[in-house]
Design a protein around this ligand. Structure first.
Ligand SMILES: NC(=O)c1ccc[n+]([C@@H]2O[C@H](COP(=O)([O-])OP(=O)(O)OC[C@H]3O[C@@H](n4cnc5c(N)ncnc54)[C@H](OP(=O)(O)O)[C@@H]3O)[C@@H](O)[C@H]2O)c1
Length: 343
């Protein structure tokens, strides 16, 4: 089997494709012949050596990746309900960038009829992230105004749709003009292109009383203003910090990183209490043990998919040996939807 190994954190050249012995499934595990692999921004952060759960659970060398689709090659003992050849998708905490992957049976599900193998590989991580942020943390109510930063991206495009499903009025924010139509097509009531218009003036015009929910993975570039633009009882969900990182070059700039770290707002419990504003945060890769909760989320998401209430993100595919290009493009901040590696 082939896998992408990052021996040391660094730039794109650290994504090395190596040949290894096929892994063997242990009891309760499944060996999957991989067809497609989802690329997440977290994979880029892992390559740079800045992803906390990568260091916590694996260290370096590491094979990144959280999600795959493919077919069952063989199963370990105690797995009796998945025949070889069954088309499946699966989630895994790292190790997904490979042509053969072993995962626990509980992390494998049959390929949903509504999804191609490529779309399935790009679905679970962003869909579950958006579901958790919205339904487990923000608890949307009918008619609430919800602001989604980076609304054309993988997680963002799911958040826009889930916000609509929860009967919220969704305002999407994008960083480039070419993304506006994609977010409108997902059902956003309004889309702000912050590259050509003042973001917060637009937000004040569209939501004069403030936003009830704001979903922010930019970090330092918007967090302070996101908090300021919450309505009373508003919830700010923080789930990423991508604006600390460079959009080209593949390496973090140390000085910028340090400055941005110090500039990132620390929210005051006194202010939160007086103004009735909440700040919530999470990282799904530290929540793998919450399998009952995440299974419930995934089942709900797949049901919406089957019912046509939800569509998988738009997919752009790259052959596995162009993994560096996929990282470069995702880091550029110009992509729409999800990037997927095909084997
Ligand atoms: N906490 C969790 O469990 C969890 C799980 C999954 C993802 N995430 C986070 O969610 C965010 C979105 O992830 P994704 O995989 O779906 O990526 P994505 O949204 O498809 O791509 C990242 C987007 O962020 C924006 N961006 C702003 N500044 C950027 C910068 N300096 N570098 C690169 N992009 C920048 C760009 O959109 P605009 O310019 O249009 O804003 C870009 O398209 C990431 O921050 C990721 O770490 C968190």
């Amino acid at each position: 089997m082939k896998k992408v190994v990052i021996h040391k954190p660094g730039g794109y050249h650290r994504l090395v494709i190596e040949t290894h012995r096929d892994p063997a499934p242990g009891p309760g595990e499944v060996l999957i012949d991989v067809a497609a692999i989802g690329v997440n921004y977290a994979d880029c952060v892992t390559r740079m050596g800045l992803y906390a759960s990568a260091k916590h659970y694996i260290g370096y060398p590491i094979t990144p990746g959280f999600e795959i689709s493919g077919t069952v090659q063989t199963t370990g003992s105690a797995v009796t309900d998945l025949a070889p050849g069954t088309a499946v998708m699966a989630v895994t905490r790292f190790n997904a960038y490979a042509t053969r992957v072993v995962v626990k049976r509980s992390q494998v599900m049959p390929l949903p009829p509504a999804l191609s193998a490529e779309a399935a590989a790009g679905f679970p991580a962003v869909a579950l992230t958006a579901w958790y942020a919205l339904f487990e943390l923000a608890h949307p109510r009918d008619g609430e105004t919800m602001l989604v930063h980076s609304a054309a991206g993988g997680v963002g495009s799911m958040l826009v749709q889930l916000g609509k499903l929860a009967d919220c009025r969704v305002i999407g924010v994008v960083g480039s003009a070419h993304k506006v139509d994609a977010v409108r097509a997902l059902g956003a009531a309004a889309v702000i292109d912050k590259s050509s218009r003042d973001l917060w003036k637009q937000v004040e015009q569209l939501a004069p009383a403030g936003c009830d929910i704001i979903l922010d993975a930019n970090g330092v570039s918007t967090l302070k203003q996101s908090y300021r633009h919450l309505a009373p009882m508003g919830r700010l969900v923080v789930y990423g910090f991508h604006s600390m990182l460079a959009t080209h070059g593949g390496m973090p700039r140390k000085l910028k990183l340090a400055l941005d770290y110090w500039r990132t707002p620390r929210f005051s419990p006194f202010d939160m209490t007086t103004r009735n504003r909440s700040v919530l945060g999470f990282n799904l890769s530290f929540l793998f043990e919450q399998s009952e909760r995440l299974d419930r989320g995934l089942q709900q998401l797949l049901e919406w998919l089957e019912q046509g209430k939800l569509v998988a993100p738009r997919i752009t595919t790259y052959p596995l040996d162009r993994v560096a290009d996929a990282h470069r493009d995702l880091e550029s901040g110009q992509t729409i939807g999800k990037l997927v590696l095909v084997v």
